[in-house]
Design a protein around this ligand. Structure first.
Ligand code: HEC
Length: 257
C-alpha cells in the first residue's frame, strides 16, 4: 500500500502528466485567483491551470457508514472460539482419558464407534497409521491430522453432530484426551489441560508444509502459457467396451426421456 506521502507524490505526478497531455480535468472548486488568471489564455494553458493542486493536507477521514453498531466485547468473545495450532485460544479447563471415554460412549460412539473405528459409514477417528500412501488411505486424527488443537476446535465447534456447541470446555478436553488415547498418543491415565496441550504432537505434522508451488512448479508459471493444441496429437488406445468398463448386452430401446 502506498504511504500517504507517496500517494500525494503520485497524485502530483499524475496531475502533471494529464496537464502535459492536455487532458481536461474538471476542478470542482477552482481557486478564484486561478480562474481569473485563466481568462483569455489558450485552452491548453487554461486546462493546465485548472488542474487541481495536489492536496497538501491529508484527505479527511472517511465518515462511518450509518449502519449497525460496533460489536460488544461479549459478542466478540462468543464468536472468537477458534483454537490455533500453538494452543492460543484454548479455554481454561482439563479432562482425563477416563472421563472422556464415558462422554464419548454417551455422545459419539453411536456414529464413530466405541473405539473411534466408525459405525457403519460414519467417519473413522482412530487408527489408519501407515496407510496414507496405500490405495485406500485411512485419514484419522492419528494418521493424518497435523495438530491436536484442531481436534479440540472441531469437536467443540461441530460435534456431537446435530447438537453441536453443547459440550463444556472440561468435557471437550476429556473427549480429546480419549481420542488421543485411542490413537496411542497419550497413556490411559492422561489428563489433558490448557497447560500441557501444546506438548501433544501428532505424528503426521511434518508432512504438512507451506504451499511451495511457486518454486516447485516454477516451469509451469510461464508468462506465455500454451493456450491452444498443447497436448500434441491425440491417439485412441482402447475402446471402453474392450477395456470391459461398458456392460455387454443390447443398448436400451425406445425414448429414454
Ligand atoms: C449423529 C452422528 C454423529 C455423532 C453423534 C457424532 N459425530 Fe462426529 N462426525 C459425524 C459426521 C457426519 C462427521 C463428518 C462431518 C463433515 O465432514 O462435515 C463427523 C466428523 C467428526 C470428526 C472429524 C473426522 C475427520 O477426520 O474429518 C471428529 C473428530 C468427530 N466427528 C468427533 C466427534 C465427537 C468427539 C463426537 C461426540 C462428542 C461426535 N463426533 C459425535 C457424525 C457424528
Amino acid at each position: 500500500m502506498l504511504k500517504s506521502a507517496e500517494k500525494i507524490l503520485a497524485a502530483a505526478v499524475l496531475a502533471g502528466v494529464l496537464a502535459a497531455t492536455g487532458i481536461a480535468i474538471a476542478d470542482p472548486q477552482p481557486a478564484p485567483g486561478k480562474a481569473v488568471a485563466a481568462k483569455g489564455e489558450t485552452d491548453k494553458a487554461r486546462q493546465a491551470v485548472n488542474v487541481p493542486a495536489p492536496a497538501a493536507a491529508p484527505a479527511p477521514a472517511a465518515k462511518p457508514i450509518a449502519l449497525g453498531r460496533p460489536a460488544l466485547a461479549e459478542e466478540i468473545t462468543a464468536w472468537n472460539t477458534d483454537v490455533r495450532a500453538d494452543g492460543e485460544g484454548l479455554p481454561p479447563g482439563k479432562g482425563s482419558v477416563k472421563e472422556g471415554e464415558e462422554l464419548f460412549l454417551q455422545n459419539c460412539a453411536q456414529c464413530h464407534g466405541e473405539f473411534g473405528e466408525g459405525a457403519g459409514r460414519w467417519p473413522v477417528l482412530a487408527g489408519g497409521r501407515g496407510t496414507l500412501k496405500s490405495e485406500r488411505p485411512e485419514k484419522t486424527i492419528g494418521s493424518f491430522w497435523p495438530y491436536a488443537s484442531t481436534v479440540y476446535d472441531y469437536v467443540h465447534r461441530a460435534m456431537p453432530f446435530g447438537s453441536n456447541m453443547t459440550l463444556s470446555a472440561d468435557q471437550t478436553y476429556a473427549i480429546v484426551a480419549y481420542l488421543l488415547n485411542l490413537n496411542d498418543l497419550v497413556p490411559e491415565d492422561y489428563v489433558l489441560s490448557k497447560d500441557n496441550f501444546p506438548k501433544v504432537d501428532l505424528p503426521n505434522e511434518a508432512n504438512f508444509f507451506d504451499d511451495d508451488r511457486e518454486t516447485s512448479e516454477k516451469a509451469f508459471w510461464k508468462k506465455d502459457p500454451c493456450m491452444k493444441e498443447c497436448s500434441g496429437e491425440v491417439h485412441v488406445t482402447a475402446r471402453a467396451q474392450i477395456l470391459n468398463v461398458t456392460p455387454d448386452g443390447e443398448a436400451p430401446k425406445g425414448n429414454l426421456e
